[in-house]
Design a protein around this ligand. Structure first.
Ligand SMILES: NC(=O)C1=CN([C@@H]2O[C@H](COP(=O)(O)OP(=O)(O)OC[C@H]3O[C@@H](n4cnc5c(N)ncnc54)[C@H](OP(=O)(O)O)[C@@H]3O)[C@@H](O)[C@H]2O)C=CC1
Ligand SMILES: O=C(O)C1=N[C@H](C(=O)O)C[C@H](O)C1
Length: 246
């Protein structure tokens, strides 16, 4: 595949390496510095664009790829309040887009088990549930996209809670969650690549379900596999569509 990398930061650079190891060519690199020069024609020989940029940048880039009619994988988080409008635009224009808050295989297995666990715990009202995420201090969004996906999976099966709230520890006033609110606690520590924990706590015990990324390599490999999977497909997809856990 000929790939356009949109966002050439921590993720973009690892994706470039993994894509070339898998026999692909990075034919176009778009970053904050050259973005204003790029037009739809620049995508003429591109098979897929992979975006790991910024929440605001991703929205601009999605519109550019729609204009160029280029299939797109979006790993950028922090733009999900616009998800419904982008889905509608993608489907109406017969475009091709796959997005995901986390492309690692381990986290996608975690997403699946998280829902099963939430369902299993739903009759046991003595347990309160909370999500915690830890990321590096450069991260722009809070909570992490992964934590939002985890929270949505829990809310699907929890009768007592209908929304999530976020505390970024050390920043601003702390929210005390109401009974109907699922707390996502965010921590920003040095260079942590991404750690997510779901905690079910009762007076007598606690269940901890945790995923720890050791590096960004799993996210990057997943994004390249997603770009390969998207070839020849039209429509609006989530990364979870790539997996079948039975
Ligand atoms: N889905 C997943 O599996 C994962 C998702 N992510 C998400 O990916 C995103 C990027 O992460 P990361 O690589 O660590 O971040 P970085 O800050 O390291 O890289 C982002 C890059 O995007 C560039 N950029 C800024 N604005 C634009 C724009 N409008 N168009 C194109 N490029 C732009 C930045 O340039 P400059 O520095 O010059 O501003 C920078 O090089 C984040 O939203 C993060 O949450 C991260 C890991 C895994
Ligand atoms: O910004 C990051 O680094 C990460 N972002 C994603 C998220 O917001 O969930 C995925 C991963 O945890 C790393």
């Amino acid at each position: 595949m000929n790939i356009a990398l949109i966002g050439y930061g921590k993720m973009g650079r690892i994706i470039e390496k993994i894509a070339s190891e898998r026999g692909h060519t990075v034919a176009l690199i778009i970053d904050e510095n050259n973005r204003h020069e790029i037009i739809a024609d620049d995508f003429s020989d591109i098979d897929v664009a992979i975006d790991f940029s910024t929440p605001h940048g991703a929205l601009q880039n999605i519109n550019l790829c729609f204009e160029a009619d280029t299939p797109m994988v979006v790993g950028t988080t922090g733009w999900y309040s616009h998800l419904a409008e982008i889905e509608e635009k993608c489907k109406a224009g017969n475009k091709s887009l796959l997005y995901g808050s986390n492309f690692s295989i381990g986290v996608n297995v975690f997403f699946h088990i998280n829902k099963l666990l939430a369902k299993a715990m739903s009759p046991y009202k003595q347990y309160d549930v909370q999500v915690e995420e830890i990321h590096h201090t450069h991260k722009l969004d809070s909570p992490s996209g992964t934590a939002i996906t985890i929270a949505e999976g829990i809310l699907e099966h929890n009768d007592d809670k209908d929304e999530w709230v976020n505390n970024l520890v050390g920043e601003g006033d702390e929210i005390i969650p109401k009974k109907n609110q699922l707390l996502i606690e965010s921590h920003r520590i040095e260079e942590v690549p991404g750690t997510h924990t779901v905690l079910y706590s009762s007076e007598v015990d606690q269940i901890e379900f945790k995923h720890t990324a050791h590096s960004r390599a799993g996210f990057a490999l997943g994004a390249v596999i997603a770009a390969e999977w998207l070839q020849g497909k039209k429509g609006f997809y989530a990364v979870t569509d790539m997996f079948d856990f039975g």
